[in-house]
Design a protein around this ligand. Sequence first.
Ligand code: SF4
Length: 212
Amino acid sequence: MDNFRKQYFEKRAELLLKNLRSRHFEAYYCPDRATALEKALDLIPRDASIGWGGAISAQQIGLMDALKSGGYNTYDRDTCSSPEERVRMMKKCLTADVFLTGANAISMDGEMVNIDGMGNRVAAIVYGPDSVIVIAGMNKVTDTLEDAVTRARTVAAPINKQRFGQDTPCGVTGVCADCKSEGCICNQILITRNCRPAGRIKFILVGEELGF
Ligand code: SF4
């Protein structure tokens, strides 16, 4: 990554960390994927059960591979052999000790926006796991909350839908049509604006482009 972008991310992160902490989130800035992986492993107790949902950025920093090869107790729905088992695993994640997630967008004043189809990811962010670790590239940061919602709905969701098929307008055209399709992945829109108990949600901001 070029130095100008690096500087840009670092400068924006300084203010964002301050604003996230003012809302009782724990927040850290890591300049690259390698230091983000170290920080994430620091925050995960060795004996914890660990679940996740919609965490491409965590995968991209190598966290899932490190957890699996390190013998951690992971609740990985991709290892399930039937749809029923997969649903049971997703429900189990709601009571994991640690939940890993990405963010669809984060506003500079420290509010996080996430969109969900089934609701399992946003449910775990709201309540259940004792610790929620958000891994997000600085490309997810927007100037305002309004921009964050727009980013989640018009950028993150249409890209995400490309993974799941063409049964929605955005799946076909790449553009959100505010649909009510059965296959809609924008059924829940969560704004996380403050953290209680303090420190339950931890942000690891990464000075690279991650996820979408
Ligand atoms: S078209 Fe539907 S599924 Fe696609 S981004 Fe818009 S609301 Fe979400």
